[in-house]
Design a protein around this ligand. Sequence first.
Ligand code: GTP
Ligand code: MG
Length: 291
Amino acid sequence: MKAGFVNIVGKPNAGKSTLLNVLVGEKLAIVTPKAQTTRHRIKGILTTDSYQVVFSDTPGFIEAKYALHKVMMKFVEECLEDADILLWVIDVNDEEKDEKLIQLLKTHQEKLLLVLNKVDLVNQTTLEKKVSEWKTYFPDTPIVPISAHTNFQIDVLWKYILDKLPEHPPYFDEDALTDKPERFFAAEILREKIFLHYQKEIPYSTDVQIVAFKESEEILHIQAEIIVERDSQKGILIGKGGKDLKKVGTEARKEMEQFFGKKVHLEQFVKVEKNWRKQEKCLKRLGYRAD
Ligand SMILES: Nc1nc2c(ncn2[C@@H]2O[C@H](COP(=O)(O)OP(=O)(O)OP(=O)(O)O)[C@@H](O)[C@H]2O)c(=O)[nH]1
Ligand SMILES: [Mg+2]
């Protein structure tokens, strides 16, 4: 039996969550055009008779500015350390070559693969130029251009993963799909709709907690607490006559129904927790723990 950890890391917005979903074949991780959507390490597990791949999606690699960032970067560090295979995902149009980051990645050279994503956005000549640019920085590292949107070369990536996967007994039960509980995905689905609907600092000032998750035969009752940092944000979130919150809630409910395969009754409450992003105690209570 082959089994191992394939950890998906990279800068914000590179397409890590999109790639996790493509590799696992399920939408486990939320995806938005905004940077820093993902805040947790999310495992997606695929088991067959001959192998088990434990994929991990991670928050985008950034310089930590406050307590929430610090926890997010702890998740990334953990992933750099425990990977059997490290997929460093790069947006093909990202020009920046950060010397410190390159040196850090080189310390993980033997398990590293560079994944050049979003190649559907460039032509062949540009792609060749980009690949050779990265080759000068990483002459000994394999580089696989892909598109998580069109599935271009996802088969090549799979082949690489299965070739490199070590001999090991499985880490999880054969029917496990993830390490996160159902209510985590309910919270993430609502957070995705908030990221898509609101602008500026609102998505970043918001967190979602599921305070009740009760299943009856026909329906799933979910109560979600939406946490913001200031009173003024509460007003923006709710919108005139409650229309914004209602729209977001409807979108979230529909996707929850798809995800859980059941009718969902969603109740939302908005609560202010002053500066929750900057306070370690608050973050722990909200489930941001790297231990
Ligand atoms: N054109 C194109 N867009 C892509 C591709 N993969 C992802 N995207 C888009 O890029 C944006 C970011 O994708 P995510 O998967 O959320 O990126 P991420 O790396 O998880 O971002 P963070 O969680 O914020 O770090 C979304 O709008 C995706 O639809 C791709 O192959 N081609
Ligand atoms: Mg993500």
